[in-house]
Write a protein that binds this ligand. Structure first.
Ligand code: CA2
Length: 150
């Protein structure tokens, strides 16, 4: 059975490519998903790609995949800066977690400088726009393959 990478996207990311392209770019979430599907196929990995505007749903999804997935890429969006619930859920996962942001939150308003989620992350990718998802995927694929050899 193929190993599964789960990509979780938080609130308002369904509007990618539709609103505020000067901050978040012109690519839609569907564009990003299509590119990750192509990369997943290259690596022989499965991809489970989801978006929710609800903190509780994101927590439920993390609990659902925590034992079955090989790794998680998460852009928690605004919940990055507020959610102990998402952090606690991620801390129950053994698989590696990559935190991902389109923008670089450290160059933006001060309230975006603190991430609750980083404490559960193996790595953080930020500031590369939509391409960051591909960078995060390649990094995670490498981790997953290295773990398989051990
Ligand atoms: O840079 C990122 O990826 C963020 O996670 C995006 C969040 C923001 O709260 C974080 O500080 C950094 C906001 C996502 C909102 O997405 C939109 C997309 C298109 C139009 C409007 C909002």
């Amino acid at each position: 059975m193929k190993k599964k990478i789960v990509v979780l996207n938080g609130p308002n990311l369904n509007l990618l490519g539709v609103r505020q392209p000067h901050i978040y770019g012109h690519d839609t979430l569907a564009d990003i998903e299509a590119r990750l599907r192509a990369r997943a196929a290259t690596h022989g990995l499965d991809l489970d790609f989801r978006q929710s505007n609800s903190e509780g749903e994101l927590v439920t999804w993390i609990q659902e995949v925590r034992e079955s997935c090989a790794g998680i890429i998460i852009n928690p969006a605004a919940y990055t800066h507020t959610s102990v619930a998402i952090l606690d859920a991620l801390l129950t996962c053994e698989a590696p977690i990559i935190e991902l942001h389109l923008s670089n939150p450290h160059t933006r308003e001060e309230f975006r400088h603190r991430s609750f989620v980083s404490a559960a992350a193996k790595g953080v990718v930020c500031g590369f726009g939509a391409y960051g998802y591909e960078l995060a995927f390649e990094g995670l694929a490498k981790l997953v393959k290295t773990a398989a050899k051990k």
